[in-house]
Structures are given as structure tokens and as C-alpha cells.
Design a protein around this ligand. Structure first.
Ligand code: NAG
Ligand code: NAG
Ligand code: NAG
Ligand code: NAG
Length: 590
């Protein structure tokens, strides 16, 4: 153990509590005078340094790769006391580099500083010569800066910063700097070998959540079969309790209990089980078990950026009892659709929304804040993982579990509809529910009539552009009036406590535990109006990005002719001449 580690531990409490300001002051003056001493030492090397007002981790270029211990220790020391963030991990996506940055303060400062931040790239040395971006020598004399793409809150302890991909001769080990300053925030590896890495999005453990006595771990790159349970004995789980990554990165090993698609459920190490409240923040990864030459088990660990998060519902909510009906959805740039969707379903009785934001940049945050201020219980959750809708839904189940008895999984272009809700339809009504809170009452009633029903399936009618050329000003539910005759697919409202342990789901359908069953709602009771084929300017977005894992993007020449694709559309976003009148078989002017 090196000394800087101990020192951090001593200083941490004062940093967090911040009320012991006199203590902090003395620490600070100590640091300042110490820094000044080091400054004198360093200035003889004519090294770039930054003003004390900013105080970033000093990147001492010409010393960075040498092993001048004293300089290194001061870097860390100074960095910890004065710099409010550290880069924990980087993930290389096809179109950006994602940085996970932990805040050493509680108030999510980094978002406020977004405008000041910039991404810093180093030239790759000839030595490194690989483009897969992993650690390597870099040439600190070649350095470029670019604006960050976006900054966002991620989880309890981390923010994300997105940086543009580095250009050809630059390393994807991106760091952060502040505009107009020479200091650079680097990954705090806490080790003397300052190895910096970037993980490939193709193979990485990216999230983990606490669920009772287990941790549910989300893994990209296992390539397990869709809609099937896989053999958990092929995997192991590995936990890293320490704060640092150096020795014994993942010391504790446990069994994988289930594995399916991208989700592995792990037992917790015994020491953590005894105290699950303390599980938050523990690093976790999954091992793939292989057998060596002499049948010796080997665990090939998947690189990980995941820390266990635990969703503690507010005490207030616990005492009030759970919501009857909540909704989870995943969106990508659908901010404009959100208000109508939420207000409509609030009227039908949905009480709580979880919006998983999959890399949108259309200001959905403001829409959600407004709705929240108006009394809708809606929260946004950043889900930066591309094409991971199914995993995101499993994640949302865990989040909703403590708060909700039932959760509806649907898209923001889908609206529950009670066809016989007009007074003149009274005689058709099976259940006496129309009007306000219809959906909640229906769900509550089904719930109380049978404890074994854990999924309510509702058929979806697909609406066409209904002759329109621009988005209807009265909203989608009023504007689109013509649909296909027969329903396509159905969507589910589920009981989170009755799902199979795998949390397996495909196309919004979850596998239920043994002993639970689903109920098909009769179409005369309720249907979902799915505004699937809207006016072209809305529809064409589907060409650029699909959020589901097992759905090919439409620009790829895969799955052509599958049910997921639209009949008559190829791989290009070109409006068919008859688009406005397509998909119109049945008018609904009711
Ligand atoms: C980069 O990729 C090549 C093969 O594509 C591999 O052999 C090499 O080990 C990788 N380098 C690093 C540092 O991961
Ligand atoms: C990258 O570096 C090589 C060798 O140093 C050089 O020949 C090439 O022009 C550089 N490419 C770019 C895009 O800067
Ligand atoms: C939000 O939640 C509270 C209880 O926590 C509930 O009383 C209220 O009706 C909910 N708001 C909406 C619009 O459903
Ligand atoms: C639920 O619906 C049934 C009709 O299917 C009705 O008899 C019953 O009273 C309803 N229960 C509640 C609690 O509303």
C-alpha cells in the first residue's frame, strides 16, 4: 500500500462533510504551502501549470511518463483535495467516447461547468501504433482540444461526458480540460503505473443494480441467444470492494444465478449480503468460465465500468404504500411527444413514470422538469447504452419494484384507449370503466380478482398518417384517425414482483415466474392506439436509430421483409409518394 492512499482516506471525511471548515482550512493552507514548494521545484522544468483559482490535476508533461515519485504523489494529492471530479472510465462507442466522471461532491457540479469543459486528445506515438485505443504511450507534445458533445448526470455518484471521436493520429484515451487553462483532468488510476484505458463498447459490463440478495449485472458482448435462458454455470461474478483498481482488481468471486440476453444475476459476496445497504458503489464484473488444458477452470473477466447502484425508494413513499400503476419507457429524441403521452395516461390513472433517455439531445430534460413541477411524478434516467432497450427495461423493473405494484411497458407513441367509453356504448361495456382512472381501476380490479395474473396484454392498433402532411396541432390522439384493420402485436402491463429471475424480455414482453399467468384484455375492454406511422418528418427518425437490441437499424440491409420493417420501405429514408394515405384501412372518428 502506498502512502498517498492512506492520506486520501484521512482527508476524505473532511472533504465530504465540509462543515469542518477550520480543519479544511488548515489542510488547505498546508496544501497551498506544500504546493508552492513543489511549484518552485517544478518551475525549473518550465512546465505548464494552471492558476490556483482553477487547480486541476497538474499534468506534468515531461514528467508524466518518468517515474518521479514525488511529482506523482503531489499530482494525486493536489488533485484529490482541489479537483471536484475524476475520470473513472471511458467507453469507446462508434460515434463518440463516453467518459464516466465521478463527482467528489454531492451537488453534481459538473453539469454546471459543462460550458467550460473540453475534451483533450493526445497524439499517438509511433510505438503505440494501434487504433483500438487501449493504453499505450502517447506523445504529450501533440495535443488537441475539442468541445464536449454533452454532459449529463448518470447515477448517484457519476456524471457522463461525451467527447467526439479522436481523429486518426490521436489516442481515444480522452481527458478533460477547462477552456483556456492548461491543466488537464486525467483518469485517477491511483496507481504509480499510470495506465489509462478506454473500453470498447463491444465488450463491457456497463451497469449493475442491487436486487435483494443479488446483483443484476448488465453485460454487452456475451452474445447470448434472444428470448432464451442461458446456462449461468458458464459465468462467474467478481466484485471489487476496494476503491482502487490496482492490486486484486476483483477480489471476491460468486456464482452467477441466471443468465439471459445481456443480463446476469449474481449472488452477492457474503460480506456484502450481511450489509446490502453498503453494496452501492461496489465494482462488479462477469467472468466467462473456460477450461484450460488440464481442465482447470479459468475466468476470463469482461472489462467493466459498472458499479452497483441501489434504488432506495423514499421513506415517504414506503409509508404511503405503492403506486398501483407506473410506466417505463425508453426514448430517443421524443421530447415533443412526451407531454401529451403523460397527461393522457395520467388521466387514465398512471401515477408514476420512469423515462429512460437513450442519448437524446432535444431538451427532454426541460419537458420532464416542467411536468414534475406540475405534479406528475416523472423522472428521467440517463441510459447512454446504445441499442440496449431490453436491458434498460430490466433495469427499470428493478427501479420500479419498490414503488409500483404494476408497470406498463410502452412507447411514447402508444396510447391506451377504451373503445366503448361513450355513454351510448354503455351496454357493450364488460367492465364498468370508462373515463378518468379507467386504466388504473381496471388493473386494480384484475389484481384483486386473481393473485396469479401478473401480466395484462393489450392489443395494439397501428395508425397511419391519416392523410396528414404535418404533425397534427391537436396532438396525435386527436389528429390521426385512420389505422390498419387488424391489431399488430400487444403490449404488457406487468407485476415486477412476479417476473422470472432472468428479467428476460423481448419486444416489451417479460417472462413470468412459475405459477403466474397472463390475461389477454378483450379488445372491447381496451386497446392501444399505436401512432406508428406518423407524418413523414416524424417517421423518418426511425431510420436513424432503433433502441431495441434485436431490431436491425433500417439503414442496414438486414431483416428486410421482417415484420419489424414497414412494407414497401427499403433501407433509405425517402418518403414514398403515397405515404400520407398509407396504412389506412379503418377510420376512427368516434
Ligand atoms: C489491438 O488489436 C489487435 C488486433 O486487432 C490486438 O492484437 C492488440 O493486442 C490490440 N492492442 C491492445 C493494446 O489491446
Ligand atoms: C498520421 O501520422 C502519420 C505518420 O506520423 C502521417 O504520415 C499522417 O499524415 C498522419 N495523418 C493525419 C491524418 O494526420
Ligand atoms: C404523484 O404521487 C403522489 C403520491 O406520491 C400522488 O398523490 C399523486 O397523485 C401523483 N401524481 C399524479 C399526477 O399522479
Ligand atoms: C371488478 O369487475 C367485476 C366485473 O368483471 C365486478 O363484478 C367487480 O365488482 C369489480 N371489482 C371492483 C373492485 O371494482
Amino acid at each position: 500500500m502506498n502512502t498517498s492512499r492512506k492520506r486520501k482516506r484521512i482527508f476524505r471525511p473532511s472533504y465530504y462533510s465540509s462543515q469542518s471548515s477550520t480543519y479544511l482550512f488548515s489542510v488547505r493552507s498546508f496544501v497551498l504551502s506544500f504546493s508552492f514548494f513543489i511549484f518552485l521545484y517544478l518551475i525549473s522544468y518550465t512546465i505548464p501549470f494552471s492558476s490556483l483559482a482553477f487547480r486541476p490535476v497538474l499534468v506534468i508533461s515531461s514528467l508524466a511518463s518518468s517515474s518521479s515519485n514525488i511529482a506523482k504523489r503531489i499530482q494525486e494529492f493536489d488533485g484529490f483535495i482541489t479537483f471536484p471530479w475524476k475520470i473513472e472510465n471511458r467507453v469507446l462507442f462508434p460515434d463518440h467516447v463516453l467518459l464516466l466522471v465521478s463527482s467528489l461532491k454531492k451537488d453534481g457540479l459538473i453539469k454546471k461547468s459543462a460550458k467550460e469543459l473540453e475534451c483533450v486528445y493526445y497524439g499517438k506515438t509511433v510505438l503505440e501504433g494501434n487504433s483500438n485505443g487501449s493504453s499505450g504511450e502517447r506523445d504529450p507534445s501533440i495535443l488537441v482540444k475539442q468541445n464536449v458533445l454533452s454532459v449529463d448526470e448518470y447515477d448517484e455518484c457519476r456524471s457522463i461526458v461525451r467527447c467526439p471521436l479522436p481523429s486518426m493520429n490521436y489516442s481515444s484515451v480522452v481527458n478533460l480540460g477547462r477552456r483556456g487553462k492548461s491543466g488537464v483532468l486525467e483518469e485517477d488510476t491511483g496507481s504509480l503505473m499510470n495506465i489509462q484505458t478506454v473500453h470498447s463498447w463491444e465488450n463491457v459490463v456497463y451497469a449493475a443494480s442491487l436486487d435483494g440478495n443479488t446483483a443484476v449485472v448488465f453485460v454487452k458482448g456475451l452474445n447470448l441467444r434472444s428470448d432464451r435462458e442461458s446456462n449461468p454455470r458458464k459465468f462467474s461474478c467478481h466484485f471489487g470492494l476496494g476503491n482502487r483498481k490496482i492490486d486484486g482488481r476483483f477480489m471476491l468471486r460468486t456464482k452467477a444465478l441466471t443468465a439471459a440476453q445481456e443480463v446476469v444475476r449474481c449472488s452477492l459476496p457474503r460480506s456484502v449480503q450481511a450489509n446490502p445497504d453498503k453494496a452501492g458503489g461496489i465494482r462488479v464484473t462477469v467472468g466467462i468460465i473456460t477450461y484450460g488444458r488440464s481442465r482447470i477452470q479459468e475466468h476470463v473477466l469482461v472489462p467493466s465500468v459498472a458499479k452497483i447502484s441501489s434504488f432506495k425508494s423514499e421513506e415517504k413513499k414506503k409509508s404511503e404504500g405503492k403506486y398501483v400503476l407506473c410506466a417505463c419507457t425508453m426514448v430517443w429524441n421524443q421530447a415533443s411527444a412526451l407531454r401529451e403521452w403523460i397527461m393522457y395516461h395520467a388521466w387514465l390513472g398512471v401515477e408514476r413514470w420512469f423515462i429512460y433517455d437513450n442519448n437524446g439531445d432535444d431538451g427532454i430534460e426541460e419537458v420532464i422538469q416542467e411536468l414534475d413541477l406540475e405534479g406528475y411524478n416523472v423522472t428521467r434516467h440517463v441510459w447512454p447504452w446504445i441499442k440496449m432497450q431490453e436491458a434498460g427495461f430490466s433495469h427499470c423493473v428493478l427501479r420500479a419494484k419498490d414503488e409500483c405494484n404494476w408497470v406498463s411497458f410502452m412507447d411514447v407513441d402508444e396510447f391506451f384507449y377504451f373503445p366503448y367509453s361513450k355513454p351510448r356504448h354503455k351496454r357493450f361495456r364488460k367492465f364498468g370503466y370508462a373515463g378518468q382512472n379507467s386504466l388504473r381501476t381496471l388493473v386494480a380490479n384484475i389484481s384483486s380478482s386473481s393473485r396469479s395474473i401478473a401480466e395484462i396484454r393489450t392489443s395494439c392498433h397501428s395508425f397511419g398518417p391519416s392523410g396528414l402532411n404535418s404533425p397534427p396541432s391537436q396532438g396525435v390522439t386527436g389528429g390521426y384517425t385512420c389505422r390498419l384493420q387488424s391489431p399488430e402485436r400487444h403490449k404488457s402491463i406487468i407485476r415486477p414482483d412476479a417476473l422470472d429471475n432472468t428479467l428476460l424480455n423481448v419486444v416489451h414482453h417479460f417472462h413470468l415466474r412459475k405459477g403466474f399467468k397472463y390475461l389477454n384484455l378483450h379488445q372491447s375492454t381496451a386497446v392501444i392506439n399505436h401512432y406508428k406511422y406518423q407524418v413523414w418528418e416524424v417517421f423518418r427518425a426511425k431510420f436513424y436509430r432503433r433502441v431495441a437490441t434485436y431490431v436491425a437499424d433500417w439503414q442496414q440491409n438486414q431483416n428486410e421483409g421482417s415484420r419489424d420493417r414497414v412494407p414497401g420501405l427499403g433501407t433509405e429514408a425517402i418518403e414514398p409518394p403515397d405515404w400520407p394515405i398509407k396504412f389506412c384501412e379503418f377510420g376512427t372518428t368516434d
